[in-house]
Design a protein around this ligand. Structure first.
Ligand code: PAN
Ligand code: ZN
Length: 197
């Protein structure tokens, strides 16, 4: 028998807040103590509470990780804060399957999307409500919250993209985003220069 009911999906997306609820939604928190290495001022980081939540990610995973042809859909929330003068940010990664691209879009807050290709071409895009960011394949990406409120960003990426944190952990991005004279500035990353020249 043909089912003629129009079914209401139990998975919901709040267009104002980016909150995702319902089945197949996974929530993860990243604490400062787990990511001290990404910040330049390790001493300042060690003086902060290691259980400080730097960012949270909710993902709707309708298929299992690694499924070819599928998509994942998520919301990242980077909390406001700084380690020394460097703003809170995500770890950042290349996709393990390097050719996989991703969309990001700004939902609320203010921030910067740092991008770097494998041969060091880099860019920094302003993220704000309504901004759309196409992150092509072979490009590592990191979100930085430069505001006083949560930076909330939507994302959609292939379910077989995978995340490679190792490559970016070694060199980092070309820039660090720091507060100087009360506003966000891009600053050369010593660790990147040290590893690449
Ligand atoms: C995002 C990121 C999320 C957290 O969903 O995974 O913002 O950043 P890190 O993974 O670098 O910790 C994404 O880019 N997925 O591919
Ligand atoms: Zn990604």
């Amino acid at each position: 028998m043909i089912n003629t009911d129009i079914q209401k999906t139990c998975t919901r997306y709040d267009l104002q807040t980016g909150n995702i609820t319902g089945a197949d939604v996974v929530h993860a928190k990243k604490h400062l103590g787990d990511i001290i290495g990404i910040f330049e001022n390790k001493e300042a980081a060690l003086n902060m509470k290691p259980d400080t939540v730097v960012y949270e990610v909710s993902s709707h995973c309708a298929v299992s990780e690694g499924t070819a042809g599928g998509l994942f859909f998520g919301t990242s929330c980077v909390h406001p804060g700084r380690v020394g003068n460097e703003y809170f940010m995500t770890k950042g990664h290349f996709h393990s399957k390097r050719e996989c691209a991703e969309y990001y879009w700004g939902i609320s807050g203010e921030g910067v999307l740092l991008l770097i290709s494998e041969n060091g071409e880099s860019a920094a895009e302003k993220v704000e409500k309504g901004s759309i960011h196409y992150i092509g394949g072979y490009i590592a990406h990191r979100l930085v919250n430069t505001g006083n409120a949560d930076l909330v960003v939507g994302a959609c990426w292939p379910s077989d993209a995978g995340h490679d944190y190792g490559a970016i952990a070694e060199t980092g991005f070309t820039f660090r985003v720091v507060e100087e004279f009360g506003k966000p500035m891009l600053k050369g990353n010593n660790a990147y220069e040290h590893n690449c020249y």
